[in-house]
Design a protein around this ligand. Sequence first.
Ligand code: ASP
Length: 326
Amino acid sequence: MAQIQLITTGGTIASRPGGTSSDVVADITGAELRAGLHDPLEGIGLDVDDFCRVGSSAIELPLAFALARRIAEHLARPDCDGVVVTHGTDTMEESAFLADLLVDSDKPVVFTGAQRSADAPDTDGPRNIANAVRLAASPLARGLGAMIAFEDEFHAARDVTKTHTSRTDTFRSGEHGKLGEIDGGVVSLHRRPVLRRTYAPARLETEVDLIKLAMGTSDRMIRAAASGGARAIVVEGFGRGNPTPAITAAIGEIVASGTAVIMCSRCPEGRVRPIYGNGAGKDAERAGAIFAGDLAGVKARILACVLLGEGADMARLREEITFFGG
Ligand code: ASP
């Protein structure tokens, strides 16, 4: 019998309107979530670890780091075959990618949650948990790293993002596509993720900022981030990874002072590449910016937090980010 560990953290899947107000809050225990499953999950044992009970907009990097460590602790037990984490959807992709980077195990790690709260008659939570547990118990899922299982599909942590604020089919992997699906409880695997490496930092660097550019964005935010103590700044620029000329002009000084600048794109698909002059991407590269391929800004930030937490210098940051950029 496969033995799966369910770790619960809160989120909509564990939320309902509170006693005296209509505010939806995470107050449902792991044991209640377990008891609410309709699927008997024959042949699979399921233990519950009530890790925390919060909306994922309140999860901070140290808590996500502690969660990744808890996942690794469970997987280190010979009697644990895989882990399922229930988590709010808002920042699930970040916790999942962090676990992907930190958990050095072939055993499956599957994140899931819900878009409809637990009191909704048509909540998607119980089915998502059952699918995630079946995936975590499947031999097909070994060696795939951390994944998100949602709405009968599963996705690689590096590629997946929440795309819709409220629909249940919110998680997508853009042009890379899903890893596979869980149809009637049966797992089908379509592809394997290849951009995977694990790290063992003693802590995460939390001082890593992300700035999304809009037409004409000035250098005010990037200079404030640098002078405010950021160790790295991820810039979601235009198209191929083009900052505004004002941002590009600031990058040289910021990099020279020891703060890394990582270029991503505000486009949801495609890779950044230094091509354009006149204060755009080519000049940003000359100024020392690291180009992050097609890694999304939030994922590049998590990677930088891990690498800087390990004490990486600028050259190592460049080499690892370039690898993950694909
Ligand atoms: N606000 C919720 C959270 O991320 C949304 C959800 O779980 O779907 O915790």
